[in-house]
Design a protein around this ligand. Structure first.
Ligand SMILES: Cc1cc2nc3c(=O)[nH]c(=O)nc-3n(C[C@H](O)[C@H](O)[C@H](O)COP(=O)(O)OP(=O)(O)OC[C@H]3O[C@@H](n4cnc5c(N)ncnc54)[C@H](O)[C@@H]3O)c2cc1C
Length: 369
């Protein structure tokens, strides 16, 4: 291990690897340390919306086709109702197992010359130094990409947060061919189910709810259509849990420390936006380090988070309100262009002003549905 670098990234998950790749693309010497050993897995819905897919491609990361499944829109299910919308023309989502994504991002970082330290837990930071047990490394910039329970955030005194709305999530993979080219969201009374095909022979099923005791098998009982699809399919992974929340920090930078990904705040899993957001943050962060201007990162980070946080809040108004879910689905079925516009807004393909008129149509539809 060298004893100095330009950028030290703490955490080698998707956000840390994206930060490392973007910084290397800007010519920095970069080191990444992660306490775990690749390929690193995590509870996730594993869908990259079209904007996230483009952001990943811009980082030069290519995932082997066999490890992916493309999806062309989103389908909502609630009781006996179902509504469906495609992404705007040219928009395609990419679903990929977290381990495969991690493998491809690691390969890309290594090919660019990023110094990768695995099973290397960072134990502290101080000024221009990062401590790994009894080893110390000097660095110009420190990037905290150590996930939602970030210790870097605490060490840098950036822990104050403006909001948190905690939910419990579980995911498991099943060996069955994807039955649709949509990412599916099943709205129930106590939880939502998210289904993404992640290869030609596997789907990822995740549930999120406010109930800490609700596990996947029990949650599935509330969704007979989905249960029927999965009947007889062999589980291909163990059930894995995580917390999910909308959490915005007051600040994401202090001195030479910048936070990225879940360490810098989170958007609820329902948006399917956490990964894409971190890829966009990575590109901006590298530009800001290059121009020695973390104040700009602070502002850009806030701007990038606005849309996903807004969409999370809109979507979560349906949570635990079955009557509203049914009304919204009725409107989306009766006026498919409203659902399409909503989806376009979600992925940043139209501005909120463009979508406002459809918001009015949705509101009117809800009153009259
Ligand atoms: C149920 C669920 C479904 C989701 N679905 C989607 C989806 O479909 N699409 C989407 O885009 N997003 C989704 N998300 C969000 C997405 O999973 C996260 O935004 C993403 O994992 C954040 O990546 P990260 O690199 O910031 O953090 P993490 O993946 O948590 O990585 C942090 C890394 O830091 C390392 N680390 C921590 N502390 C240290 C230390 N002291 N020293 C060294 N290493 C350390 C850890 O080992 C870990 O590898 C979902 C989230 C949940 C919970």
């Amino acid at each position: 291990m060298l004893n100095s670098t330009d950028v030290f990234v703490i955490g080698g998950g998707p956000a840390g690897l994206a930060a490392a790749i973007a910084a290397r693309q800007r010519g920095f010497r970069v080191t990444v340390a992660d306490g775990a050993k690749p390929p690193i897995d995590k509870s996730c819905g594993e869908g990259l919306l079209p904007d996230a897919k483009v952001a990943l491609e811009r980082l030069g990361v290519t995932v082997p086709l066999a490890d992916t499944h493309l999806f062309r829109g989103v389908r909502f299910h609630s009781s006996e109702l179902c509504a469906d919308a495609s992404f705007p023309p040219g928009g395609v989502g990419l679903a990929v197992r977290r381990t495969a994504l991690h493998g491809s991002m690691t390969e890309r970082a290594a090919a660019l010359g990023v110094d990768l330290l695995w099973q290397a837990v960072v134990t502290g930071i101080s000024g221009e130094h990062v401590c790994l047990g009894d080893r110390t490394m000097r660095t110009r910039w420190i990037v905290g990409a150590d996930g939602s329970n970030s210790r870097v955030r605490r060490w840098a005194g950036l822990d104050a947060q403006s909001r948190s709305n905690l939910r419990y999530a579980f995911r498991r993979h099943y060996r069955v061919a994807p039955w649709t080219d949509r990412m599916e969201i099943y709205w129930g009374d106590r939880s939502q189910g998210y289904v993404t095909g992640v290869s030609s022979e596997q789907v990822c099923v995740a549930f999120a709810s406010h109930d800490a005791n609700l596990r996947l098998e029990e949650a599935l009982l509330a969704f007979p259509d989905l249960s029927a699809r999965l009947r007889g399919a062999e589980p291909a992974s163990a059930e894995r849990g995580a917390l999910t929340a909308n959490r915005r920090l007051k600040r994401v930078c202090r001195g030479n420390v910048a936070l990225i990904g879940d360490a810098s705040g989170t958007v609820d899993a329902i948006t399917g936006e956490g990964l894409g957001l971190s890829f966009s943050q990575a590109v901006v962060l590298a530009e800001c380090m290059k121009s020695d201007n973390l104040a700009r990162y602070e502002a850009e980070h806030r701007r990038l988070s606005l849309r996903p946080l807004l969409m999370a809040r809109l979507l979560l108004t349906l949570d635990r309100r079955p009557w509203l879910q049914r009304r919204v689905l009725r409107v989306f079925r009766a006026r498919p262009q409203v659902f399409r516009k909503f989806l376009a807004l979600h992925i940043g393909a139209v501005s909120p002003i463009d979508a406002a008129l459809d918001g009015v149509r949705l509101g009117w539809g809800l009153l009259t549905a």
